[in-house]
Design a protein around this ligand. Sequence first.
Ligand code: SAM
Length: 271
Amino acid sequence: MQHIAPKKSLGQNFLVDSNIAEKIVRLFEPAEGEVVVEIGPGEGALTTNLLKSGCDVIAVEIDREAADLIEKRFGSDVEIIRNDILKTDLSRIAADKGVEKLRVIGNIPYYITAPILFHLIDHQRVISDTTLMMQREVAERLTASPRTKDYGILSVAIQTWTEPKRLFNVPPSCFFPRPKVTSTVVALKVRERTELTGIEREHQQLVRGAFSKRRKTLQNALTELIPNRDERTEIFRRAEIDPQRRAEELAPEEYIQFARVFADAGAGAAG
Ligand code: SAM
């Protein structure tokens, strides 16, 4: 098989251990008729295994050289979108394909792991689940519990919108070139979150506001978002959240409750 010279700037660490590639796809369980979006196929380590299941593969690849290689290797078996995943409208893909839900997989470029996760959250309505390989440190943040150092905006966002599960670690020796860090494969199953419909913005404002000053009490951290002191006190009271607590002490479910009251109070309109 032809190879390309890895580009560090695009986070190209190709998976060269075929057993691991096969295992990731086996656990993902693609099925015939499903539409699977692969983020950054590179040289096609995961793609080749996906195709064996008979699913429809749509590969989003920013690197022209890698996209050319995928085209040459798999021909019309793979639909290639030559674009930045962060600029790719997944809702559009689902609509074009005539499916309600897409499945998403990828050994993603580590330099944009968090932006990719937020992009997928933005399109969660058209995604059923995703399996991603990322650096272990980020994977640990996704599943972190409140009151731990890893618990932050990413943990709350991911745990609110998905059920995250860390599957297994992959050592640097399985890649070319070898990354400096250990990787982890994570499965995220998207949750139905009807109670947040229409108040997603308020929820996001609240979580970001709270964590922007994570060392402060919520009472102090949220002064910018809810400047009126009486209004703030009332929102805390109605949400049954002690204003002396800090951002990292609140569970994802508490942020949802908080967001509902915050939205009801119309306080989000200011932002
Ligand atoms: N899936 C392949 C594998 O497992 O060997 C390649 C993984 S490599 C870690 C990341 C891939 O994502 C590369 O092919 C890279 O060109 C591509 N990539 C980097 N930035 C991207 C972006 N913004 N949008 C889409 N693909 C991107």
